[in-house]
Design a protein around this ligand. Sequence first.
Ligand code: ATP
Ligand code: MG
Length: 777
Amino acid sequence: MDKYLDNLNESQREAVVHKDGPMIIIAGAGSGKTRVLTYRIAHLMNKGVDAFNILSLTFTNKAAREMKERIGTVVGTSEAKNLWMGTFHSVFARILRSEGHHLGFPSNFTIYDSQDSVRLISSIIKEMGLDKEIYKSKQVLGRISSFKNSLITVKAYYNNPDLIEADKMAQRPKMGEIYQRYVDRCFKAGSMDFDDLLLRTNQLLSQYPAVLAKYQDRFRYILVDEYQDTNHSQYLIVKALSDRFQNICVVGDDSQSIYAFRGANIQNILNFQKNYDNVKIFKLEQNYRSSNNIVEAANSVIEKNKTKLDKEVWTDNNDGERVKIMRTITEVKEAEFVANSILDHVKENEISLSDVAILYRTNSQTRAIEDVFRHRNYNIDYVIYGGLSFYQRKEIKDTLAYLRLLINPNDEEALKRVINYPLRGIGSSTVDKLSVAANHYNKSIFEIICNLGATDINLNAGVKTKLNNFATMIQHFKIEAETKNAFEVADFVVKQTRIIKDLEKDGTPEGVSKVENIQELLNAIKNFTVEQKEKGEDDSLAFFLEDAALASDLDKEAKDDSPKVSLMTIHMSKGLEYSYVYIIGLEENLFPSAMSMNTRSELEEERRLFYVALTRAEKQAYLCYAQMRYRWGKLVDCEPSRFIQEIDEKFVEHIAPQVTEFKQTKFLNDDIFGSVPQNKIRFKKPIQRTPTNKKPVPKVEFQAPKNLKKVTSKPTTASANLFDSKVTVGNIVEHTKFGKGEVLSLEGSAANQKAEIRFASVGVKKLLLQFAKLKII
Ligand code: ATP
Ligand code: MG
């Protein structure tokens, strides 16, 4: 019956079966911490603990879903569904929906994402007549966020002379007032920002003993993954909830604490033993994830940190290849190297693109990679986690804003987004007047619009009619939402507001892509309703919006399921693993970041970040750096990152670019090389082939088809007469990079003819035939 325990080593098993009391598992990367947590939950359930009594907090909702699935295979999926599992934010948002009324919040409160918060702060700064160069809204929000995460309320702020003095010194004496207004406005709008979800939960638990008792009784077992990155606010929630039964199991690695800049407190893990009585400590030492070379390379770097708990990490896995270090001239060369190397692995090792991740220190580094991957010579599918993800795009946010507004008309940021979108003649001066009136009467803007007659707001009759029409429309939507499911409402709203019609008028390719995005949003909502219905769960719009607001970028699954290379910042990669990992931009001032080299503790955090990056790799890790890179619009000389030098030489191998490389792919780089003074392009030493780099960089040249005009093929049924060969649906063809594949369909004609081909190596791809150079076999 306990056969699943066979999938664990002895120390893992001990941690899994240990039953009650506080416990901590501290162990290095890849040693099975998350696995232990998963099995521990399954084991508790197997031993009779009710799923409803288990709370498990994970780093992403995706991680929670995967854990639930795995637990489901041991205890049955229907039981696993009852677990309370998710990120701090999603779990406590759910609790605040039912308990927030104690604090004066409606159950349909909306959640402001960071863009909403920044907009609100900007308008407050504007209203107060402050200098926006001194009061930079993002920085102000950062400061407010750090107050909230340390549980410093507005009142506490005003009672703390040190904080007031610090803001005065920073030339921002009005910080307290901004904070006050921001909190008031969120409250009035029935909204919470991300930090509020934790702050308000803390308030709830500390001020309402009955509520605390209820959830203490519910969550008899509490488990937390990635505990090293919890902040003070999260620590207090966990502490309060676990106080009665003391069945708290936390899992983490102090060497992977990388969120100090967002208020994470490494002391939470270091002090766990002091904060609970009779703590049982477990250590795991065997790494199951990575090759020996990777494990040892990572160990040799993290050793340089002074602040850390002593831990062993070893592996029984093969030595594998050494960690490869690649120097290129520019960031574009770096990107080309990565692209070529990935395609080589795809071809030679028959790996899937989804086995590969590219990790970087800052989001802007994706630009070169994206340009190269999208280039016709490569055509590599990728997905970016973070950055401007689907749900951050303007048209999506606008559409969602309508939906948010009809759930909660007091949501000020949503209202401002759509009050004049699509254009309906309500200008920004009207919105400013409404804001002033809302402040004056202490009502929301929507309430003011609905009661224009009762205010002394000065608007002409035409504008008043427009505002009335707007309010009527929203109220109408609200009524619809009471009886319809999420998809029906969203579809209705999109049609009624004529958002799509408006974008279609635009006629530009951007407009078209926006329409597609909105349609994709409707698809997502449709899927949601179908899935929820199947599960017998809530398929209302409110529920969908909560999902959309809380899911981190990592949780947004790629739209189609063809394999893709994953691109993400190292911060996002925590807890994940990939066979092949490329860490790019390993240069001084970029990684370690120029902003984090001033103190030992900052530098140590950067080193932990590097440790996290390297330990994501299972089979092979590549560390890339460029000798020159565009930064802030200028080409700057770069030095290799100190982290490269810190790795013990035994575990690395330097691979060098080939001297001919520059010429071969020059056409890709005209933009960059065109402006590089020739004397800047220097190779440090003659470049030689190394055994691991014996193949020349694949060269695919542009060749214009000879007789394009003669091609008269019709979509899908016809054949393409290119390169003297006819490609028809059903053909098996060979592509220089992707290998063999089957032609699934053809579309377009002449120069634009495309074929959809299913390749064994990379899945289905659409290729422009005139460039694809296919050989029929
Ligand atoms: P990180 O610190 O990166 O979060 P972790 O300690 O949580 O890592 P896991 O992700 O749980 O480690 O495990 C790493 C990999 O090793 C996973 O693929 C896991 O399935 C595998 N693994 C862990 N323990 C065992 C085991 N006893 N037998 C086989 N595979 C294992
Ligand atoms: Mg883990």
